[in-house]
Design a protein around this ligand. Structure first.
Ligand code: AMP
Length: 236
């Protein structure tokens, strides 16, 4: 878990490659859905562009479908084989946390391990203003660190164009951070209140280099016995 720009996406991909895990990013999933030329695709485009939350019903149905359907990402199969599922951007409301509880129970999966990244607001704003994403593979770059190819216009991995996300513009970012504070911080409290097995890690310092943070997260996961076991890691 963490605010927009706290490094959830970056850490999710780093963890996935280290743990042979699968990432389910609701943001990426919704951006893909929003490309459709259908009335619901159009509505979704507007919601994302305004920096508003998508409804719990839509998000929960989409996550449940992905987790249950072995023929899509094969998430359930990979997890059954002992992989780690990293949820990036979900749950983001207390309603979604309840939905995840039911889903995990229905699939016979363990309760989630919750990792909460914390970054000061002024750093979040600076990071988001400089964030670029590869239009082809979705790799995330920050113009202030890690020089991409061709003076900041091409992805190092596949040469795809680096673009600014529509919802990273200044006014929209303020709305997304406000939504995080009002809707998602209560989810941290939800997990803290019902935590009996030490499975929530709050206040992880996200204002460091990505490799340092990833090392800490891996240490947490292995000390919790999560890597390669049946536990699920959540990074909403
Ligand atoms: P992200 O890529 O995680 O920053 O998400 C981008 C946008 O997708 C958010 O600003 C929301 O509009 C929407 N979104 C992503 N995940 C969720 C979620 N779990 N619930 C509601 N809206 C979401």
């Amino acid at each position: 878990m963490g605010a927009p720009g706290s490094g959830k996406g970056t850490q999710s991909s780093l963890l996935a490659s280290r743990l042979e895990g699968a990432v389910l990013s609701t943001g990426a999933m919704l951006r893909e859905e929003a490309k459709r030329n259908t009335p619901s695709g159009f509505r979704l485009r507007q919601t994302l562009a305004n920096g508003e939350m998508v409804s719990d019903a839509i998000v929960c149905d989409a996550v449940a479908e992905r987790m249950r359907a072995p023929q899509t990402e094969g998430l359930a199969n990979r997890l059954a084989a002992g992989g780690t599922l990293i949820l990036d951007g979900f749950p983001r409301t207390v309603g979604q946390a309840h939905c995840l509880d039911r889903l995990l129970e229905g699939l016979g999966m363990a309760a989630p391990l919750v990792l909460h990244l914390v970054v000061p607001k002024e750093i979040l704003l600076r990071r988001l203003a400089r964030r670029r994403q590869c239009a082809k593979c979705g790799a995330i770059y920050n113009l202030a660190s890690g020089p991409p190819l061709n003076a900041g216009t091409r992805c190092r991995i596949d040469g795809g164009a680096l673009v600014e996300r529509d919802d990273d513009s200044e006014g929209v970012v303020a709305r997304r951070i406000a939504a995080y504070e009002s809707e998602t911080i209560p989810v941290v409290d939800y997990y803290r209140r019902r935590d009996r097995q030490g499975s929530i890690y709050r206040g992880i310092d996200g204002n460091r280099g990505a490799a340092d943070i990833a090392k800490d997260l891996c240490d947490i996961l292995s000390s919790a016995g999560a890597a390669g076991t049946e536990d699920a890691a959540v990074a909403a």
